[in-house]
Write a protein that binds this ligand. Structure first.
Ligand SMILES: Nc1ncnc2c1ncn2[C@@H]1O[C@H](COP(=O)(O)OP(=O)(O)O)[C@@H](O)[C@H]1O
Ligand SMILES: C[C@@](O)(CCOP(=O)(O)OP(=O)(O)O)CC(=O)O
Length: 489
């Protein structure tokens, strides 16, 4: 008889900033330096009921989900016993109407486990795919289709989204101190670009796998498998294979990242198709000799040098990463010679920046003055390359309004340098500053009346500039204590 699962399991995973290596990191010949953040997404899994399907064990019934009746499901399986159907309810209580309720279906021919959303509400592909992938893997390794009913709560640290009138209000109330109530539907919330989907998928699949097949203490040893599962689920939900730096940092924390060979994930197919569970198992457990995992996360858990801090500034203005990536890659394909020179220049400079950060972090005594001048120089040089990339590709990687903002900020005493991280565009900017409250005060003062004075080359417009509360965090996915969720779960 399998052990009864613990009634509640909670894990969280961090957001990210790709300080250097945007676009380059899509190619395994180059790397990206990614910092995990202290803004995290939490997934809390609660066992509601153990299933009492014939031939399965452990049949205590605590709550009874609403039955759907006999129903044919897309993958061909049939749920016959309405009392026996397991239900999974996922809630994001910081947002209005953010509840997704699913029935669980077991597919024929090794097609895995697929959830079917009840009702006609908006779907959440990242939640749905995480459930499909995690439940398929769990049922295969545990050789059991018996999940019982689950309630899952998602809670995100506030900096993942721009403030709303409601969230500003809740910050002053006790209940909202840690997690704000945004008072809007999730699709209306404006993301700040910290990688909410990668943190969400990582936390959710990890919480489900730990809940059903591991103990909390197994997290360390299980990290590689959770990484493989989260990458597979995130790629499937996104509908494309990106570099995966966001999932890797959500799992392992800050690191120098070299991507996995995309072919590893290209053969998994869709949930419900014949043999999906076997293919997914082989990917997660890394037992396919033709496609071994080759992700490289070096120096994971790396810290910033003593006396340095990283801050992010929301500029209330979004960007379209997928179309930007497509355009940059197209340009690179058609202008290979110029691209190779540019890529090599960037990689070289980014590497020198990383090495200098590492040297200072490892030898705090070497920090004789606090202006971090070498770091400033490398950041400025990277920006020159990024502006060349901008003009050559016609993609707003460092558009003029961001150049102006970064230049003005860099003039402030205590600011070491700043970049438009990741894909660039109009997302939040990342600054390295001296770790001193006076620098934060100077930034806030400047932002109070900040207005762009230039006309942007891509028509973009910066809204309010606001310092986010988020700082670098370095730690990857981790177990969480339940007391911090009081009032939400
Ligand atoms: N708090 C949350 N609860 C549930 N789903 C969320 C939450 N935050 C983000 N998501 C999911 O992640 C998606 C956003 O992912 P994406 O567009 O890739 O942005 P990001 O750059 O932040 O990862 C949302 O559409 C939603 O499906
Ligand atoms: C272009 C990229 O190399 C980096 C994109 O970094 P962002 O941090 O901008 O990513 P999003 O969270 O998707 O907005 C694409 C990739 O590596 O997948």
């Amino acid at each position: 008889m399998p052990p009864l699962p613990s009634p509640v399991t909670a894990l969280s995973a961090p957001g990210k900033v790709l300080l250097t290596g945007g676009y380059l990191v899509l190619d395994r010949n180059y790397t990206g330096t990614v910092f995990a953040l202290d803004a995290r997404i939490h997934a809390i899994v609660q066992q509601l009921r153990r299933s009492h399907r014939r031939g399965t064990s452990g049949s205590t019934t605590e709550t009874k989900p609403t039955g759907l009746g006999t129903e044919a499901h897309p993958c061909g399986a049939v749920v016959e016993d309405q009392d026996a159907e397991d239900t999974i309810v996922v809630r994001s209580p910081q947002f209005v109407d953010a509840v997704w309720e699913y029935g669980v279906q077991r597919c024929d021919n090794g097609g895995g486990v697929q959830v079917l959303q009840k009702g006609n509400g908006p779907r959440n592909p990242f939640v749905e795919t995480s459930l499909n992938y995690a439940l398929t893997y769990i049922s295969y390794v545990a050789d059991s289709k018996d999940f019982g009913s689950l309630s899952v709560t998602i809670l995100a640290d506030n900096d993942y989204y721009s403030e709303t009138a409601t969230s500003r209000g809740t910050a002053t109330k006790g209940h909202g101190a840690r997690f704000a109530n945004f008072g809007v539907p999730l699709f209306e919330a404006h993301k700040t670009g910290l990688g909410s989907s990668a943190a969400l998928v990582t936390a959710l699949v990890s919480a489900l796998v730990i809940h059903r097949t591991m103990q909390a203490e197994d997290l360390g040893n299980g990290r590689d498998k959770l990484h493989n599962l989260a990458q597979a689920a995130h790629c499937a939900a996104q509908g494309k294979v990106g570099s995966g730096f966001d999932v890797a940092s959500a799992v392992y924390g800050s690191c120098l990242y070299k991507r996995f060979t995309p072919a590893i994930l290209e053969s998994v197919g869709d949930v419900g198709t014949t043999g999906f569970e076997e293919r997914l198992f082989r990917i997660v457990e890394d037992v396919d000799p033709e496609h071994p995992w080759d992700t490289e996360c070096v120096d994971f858990g790396m810290q910033l040098p003593r006396g340095m801090q990283m801050v992010l500034c929301d500029v209330e203005c979004g960007s379209q990463t997928p179309s930007m990536v497509k355009k940059v890659l197209e340009w690179r394909k058609n202008s290979r010679r110029e691209a190779d020179i540019l890529w090599a220049g960037l990689q070289n400079n980014n590497e020198r920046l990383r090495q200098e950060l590492k040297r200072l972090a490892q030898h705090p005594d070497a920090i004789t003055d606090t202006d971090f001048s070498e770091i400033s120089t490398f950041i400025q040089r990277s920006r020159v390359h990024l502006r060349t990339m901008t003009s050559q590709t016609g993609v707003p990687i460092e558009p003029k309004v961001q150049t102006e903002l970064l230049d003005r900020i860099t003039e402030l005493d205590g600011v070491i340098g700043g970049v438009v991280p990741g894909a660039g565009g109009y997302d939040a900017i990342a600054l390295l500053i001296r770790d001193d409250p006076a620098v934060i005060a100077r930034l806030n003062e400047m932002f109070q009346n900040y207005e762009s004075a230039v006309e942007d080359d891509f028509g973009g417009k910066i809204g309010n500039v606001r310092l986010l509360g988020v700082r670098h965090g370095s730690e990857g996915v981790k177990n969480e204590m339940l007391d911090q969720y009081a009032g939400w779960v």
